[in-house]
Design a protein around this ligand. Structure first.
Ligand code: PLP
Length: 370
């Protein structure tokens, strides 16, 4: 990893380091693998950092935003990029922003009624479907409050003829996350199997399917990656008679961010070895929310006291037993002053963390572009 070469030089820790060169290469690979079978939108909520959005822009067809805040932020960072606007609980103020987006994903009949009440303004809409398709092996099933079942969709279909300025383009279905390529292809086939006849029945010409995101990222085995080539060729081979779009977040940016910090203290308490690191899960909440050990690399730059052999738990500076990066992991010879670089910190990392808790200084941010 070229980015590792930069880590010893960081002037201040903790720091986030984003590998923009690697990110561009990865995004170009994903796009090539899709080979025109589906449009690629990046789900900004995975990491909306402006330099990341700008690095991705040449390789994506647009960005998916899930709030008015994200919409305005992405518009400012990558002016003119096509936007798909989804997310539950949109306010009237947020719906009023929909005029300028490429697609609006409608979440409920009440939301559609409020959009209609805002008056005659052309908007291209997808109806978000919450289909009863059991998803095997999903890390997170996106059922619950998201989108509409068949009754809700039928209610929307009945409302739309009263608002001819709203153009129904198709169906959006983000049903699960953490799926591998075969499971994603299977899900796509089942979504198409339901949605395309339904859209044809409504007379929708050139129907669109947004198949969502959720491509698997394996924190326990970073080398095990989502098979974009199999997914792209599988979508092409399936020959769905629709304009397809996907909107992954995690599997685009997860691999190209690092949270770099250093060991402040080492100790044994009641037989357990701990290394206390500068910063904590208020900067990198991912391992707590996902329940994994965050993968890491140790740069042996320290000269302080060391731990003896045996597993060690890596914790942060917060006064809570939940402030854990990795539990009982091997880090031979770890000592005070060593730098520790947590990988896979490019998605759902800094931006989902509770930054204000305990008022420690914020990390620095660095961008490696070559
Ligand atoms: C979160 C989300 C995504 C992105 O999911 P990833 O797991 O990051 O790929 C895409 N679409 C919708 C509607 C989402 O809520």
């Amino acid at each position: 990893m070229t980015v590792l070469a930069h880590l010893p030089d960081l002037p201040r820790l903790p720091a986030y380091v984003y590998d923009l060169a690697g990110l561009r290469e990865h995004a170009a690979g994903v796009r090539a693998a899709l080979s025109g079978a589906a449009e690629l939108f990046y789900a900004a909520k995975a990491n909306p950092d402006a330099p990341i959005l700008r690095a991705l822009e040449p390789f994506v067809d647009g960005f998916e935003v899930a709030s008015g805040g994200e919409l305005e932020h992405v518009r400012a960072a990558v002016p003119g990029a096509p936007l798909a606007f989804g997310g539950p609980g949109k306010t009237d103020e947020e719906l009023a922003l929909a005029g300028g987006v490429q697609r609006l994903h409608v979440e409920s009949p009440h939301e559609l009624r409020r959009l209609i009440a805002l008056g005659e303004r052309p908007v291209d809409v997808l109806l978000r479907a919450n289909l009863d398709l059991p998803v095997r092996g999903a890390a997170l099933a996106m059922s619950g409050p998201f989108g509409m079942d068949e009754d809700g969709l039928a209610e929307c279909a009945a409302l739309l003829p009263h608002a001819p300025w709203l153009r129904l383009r198709g169906v959006h279905a983000h049903l699960a996350s953490g799926l591998d390529a075969p499971a994603m292809l299977d899900l796509a086939a089942r979504i198409a199997g339901w949605a395309l006849p339904w859209l044809a029945g409504l007379g929708v010409d050139r129907p669109e399917l947004n198949l969502g995101g959720g491509m698997a990222v394996d924190y326990r085995n970073p080398a095990h990656r989502f098979d974009w080539a199999a997914y792209g060729s599988g979508l092409a081979a399936a020959g769905h008679r629709a304009r397809l779009r996907i909107e992954p977040g995690r599997a685009i940016t997860a691999y190209h961010g690092w949270y770099v910090t250093e060991v402040l203290d080492v100790k044994r308490t009641r037989g357990e070895a701990y290394a206390v690191l500068r910063g904590g899960t208020h900067h990198l909440r991912t391992p707590v929310t996902k329940g994994h050990d965050q993968p890491f690399t140790v740069l042996g730059t320290g000269t302080g006291p060391a731990l003896g052999p045996g597993p060690v738990t890596l914790v942060g500076q917060l006064c809570t037993p939940k402030d854990v990066f990795a539990t009982r992991v091997e880090a031979p010879g770890l000592r005070v002053g060593d730098r520790v670089a947590f990988g896979m910190a490019g998605a759902y990392a800094w931006n989902i963390s509770h930054h204000g808790f305990l008022m420690h200084p914020r990390p620095d941010f660095h961008y490696v572009s070559g």
